[in-house]
Design a protein around this ligand. Sequence first.
Ligand code: ZN
Length: 257
Amino acid sequence: MNYFDTHAHYNDEKFEGIVDDVLRRCKEIGVKYIINIGYNIESSIKAIELSNRYKNIYVAIGIHPSDVEKCSVEELEEVYRKYNNGKIVAIGEIGLDYSYTKENKNEQIELFKNQIKLANKLKLPICVHSRDASLDTYTTLKECPAKYGTLMHCFSPTEDLVRLVLENGYMVAFGGNITYKRAASFSRYMNMIPVNQIVIETDSPYLPPVPLRGTLNTSENLPIILDKLSEYKNISKDELSQIVYRNSLEFFNIKEE
Ligand SMILES: [Zn+2]
């Protein structure tokens, strides 16, 4: 089976010194492509550097809402101009996160919009992080749509979010979150999301799937996520793996070699 991890952070310090080993093992189990995702200026540059060393690693550069005070969209654009190696395939992860504070919510929304505009200018899709902020995410994406594709990362379906996704043809990425207990409530929405709008991800090193909670998450865990998704969607693993793999290549506009 071929796997495509649409969201991982091999630029995270937890992978320092072991990244070569981890990526070799991922390759052995059939992980063909990984999108290494930036979350501020430094990690975006690091993500690009890693993609210079590994053929199968592509990159999203972006400023996570929690870094709203530290980074600007001008700096991000400069990263693109300076380091673009032809493997920057998205702007992400960007979005809104009110789980720690809502106090800077206007700044978060403005940064989110500016990064969407940058994506439109560079003709790139976006990878969206939304936590405890679904209504404002909805409004922002409506006011300032991304023209080259929108992927909702670590998707937790609710009625409103599923409607948003269906109305606008967004892609959604499921990760370890679908193996958690609270995901039981997802089942009623799963049938509503067509498979051609679904991809998978790990969010490594975070969010390891059950039964590996508490361990370092890597793209080696994609088969566990695919298994769970195939149960939810009632589609064979073989068929589903091909569908989500193709969806991923298409979304990020990557030509398979
Ligand atoms: Zn992430």
